[in-house]
Design a binder for this molecule. Sequence first.
Ligand SMILES: Nc1ncnc2c1ncn2[C@@H]1O[C@H](COP(=O)(O)OP(=O)(O)O)[C@@H](O)[C@H]1O
Ligand SMILES: [Mg+2]
Length: 248
Amino acid sequence: MRVIAFHNLKGGVGKTAAAVNIAYLAAESGVPTLLWDLDAQGAASWYLGEAPDIVGEKAARLVKGKTPVGQMIQPTAYDRLDLIPAHPSFRNLDLRLEKDGDKHALRDWLKPLSEDYGLIVLDCPPSLSRLAEQILETADQVFVPIIPSWLSLNSWEQLVEFANEKKMGHKKMHPFLSMVDRRKKVHQEILATKKGPLKGRMHAFIPYASDVEKMGENRCPVDRIRARGPAAIAYRLLWNEVRKVTRI
Ligand SMILES: Nc1ncnc2c1ncn2[C@@H]1O[C@H](COP(=O)(O)OP(=O)(O)O)[C@@H](O)[C@H]1O
Ligand SMILES: [Mg+2]
């Protein structure tokens, strides 16, 4: 079983869009996949058409340390793709992790799932919290969507610094460009740059595309909206690369 995470300390950069589409493509290509929506806002759960309240009470108990993660899993409309929906109590996961001082809680929660899944995808809240620390530690690979602006490069550098501070190294962190609008000069410049903080970035990048926005309305992955559209094609290229990097 492999664990991957989509993380960035900024919100609105395309983490959830990538997590949902990559989890979908993984499942579609035959890998039994579980997507865990760790963001209390529940966008990933929304995209997959789940009603977050069904497991509400169970999720609250996980935060209190009583329920194994497995009991919160729900099937989705797609073969081989399951979901742990978000719950408002996930906001308190940080407090719980802080209080327990248990450095491997997330890893321990996931361990029993290895018999059932080939891949776990973590959709992360935007923060550098205790939870983020455990995510960075537990995930085999961390994929970091970055909107091409000079300011976003800062947040990437901060994440690298954070990982280094925590002695996790940053080798498992892979930036990729997200919401790329080729009409914008700065986007073109950053896309063309082979140097600087993003020099090891992934080749695949996600264009700014209306199909991604439509996920909120249609409540499904972009592949089900327009499989031959630019966004669906870009996520396929990203999935191919994720698969190689993660050795799935
Ligand atoms: N490639 C894209 N093209 C157009 N809109 C996008 C794209 N990626 C994300 N969005 C939109 O931007 C918003 C934030 O995306 P989301 O994936 O939820 O970001 P995050 O999880 O980082 O907060 C959503 O409304 C989403 O529809
Ligand atoms: Mg999100």
